[in-house]
Design a binder for this molecule. Sequence first.
Ligand code: CO
Ligand code: CO
Length: 316
Amino acid sequence: MQVLQQLPQFAHPDLLVGQGTMDDAGVFRIDAKQALVLTVDVLTPIADDPYVFGQIAAANSLSDVYAMGGKPVAALSVLGFPVDEIEHKTIRAILAGAWDKVREADTVIAGGHTFKDFEVKFGLAVVGLVHPEKFVANSRAKPGDVLVLTKPLGTGVVTTALKANRAEPAAVAEANRVMVELNRVAAAAMVRVGVDAATDITGFGLLGHAWEMAQASGVELVIEWGKVPFLTGVRELAKAGLFPGGTVKNYEFVQSRVEFSAEVDKETKFLLCDAQTSGGLLIAVPEGRVEELLKQIERGWVVGYVREGLGRVVVI
Ligand code: CO
Ligand code: CO
């Protein structure tokens, strides 16, 4: 969040990642072998089914630990809802979805906080562990690295179409499958293989998060748009203008910061900016290790590369 950038930043010898680098989570060293990975995230409902929404919200919150190469160990639930207006079975279903995801992540819910709100808001505060010298930040991408993306884009478009009753059930099911999936396998693989940098793709979209990585690393990221994977049918929805507000804001933000080659059409630009929920990881990996990484993450797409530069993103 831009407004936080203006606050004075905490400096501490054990605060290895703080607010300064636009990274996914904070990292605080306990001793020479262990550091805490700390993050919190809440969402408003983006699925019709409360159980699925609970799964998505949990996967989304856990993802910021995975993006740092960490292993989540415990979580707190954060839940706001209009107490008198919503059926308790709906709330129970949201929590059941989250509890099941947390179990799948071999993590526990240690408690939480519930408060009255005018709409449902739900997510987790997550504590993870990582080796203080082996965590993966977004700030160490190097020229020559290859960029790998682990989930297709377009969940913002599909969930917007769902709210407008314009989405095919098959498209919604595919988007839900993508959003409930943990980034766990990809996180473990990138630590084993050894990568230079990573971030997860969420509300700021592929280009926004790529720009953050380029800025934090002091390099240029080249995205080859023809190689970027999208969910089925999102181009048609994009042509119909079904974008969430966040995507439009992202598009405006990247206008002056991302260079597009002339053949990139407007829909593609919007889709590359689409605000994702529980998106995949964008990983910068040394060229010699790409094959091994792709083998271990089970599903991934090479979408570009890193070259020398000064914090720009180029789409070719
Ligand atoms: Co993140
Ligand atoms: Co987040």
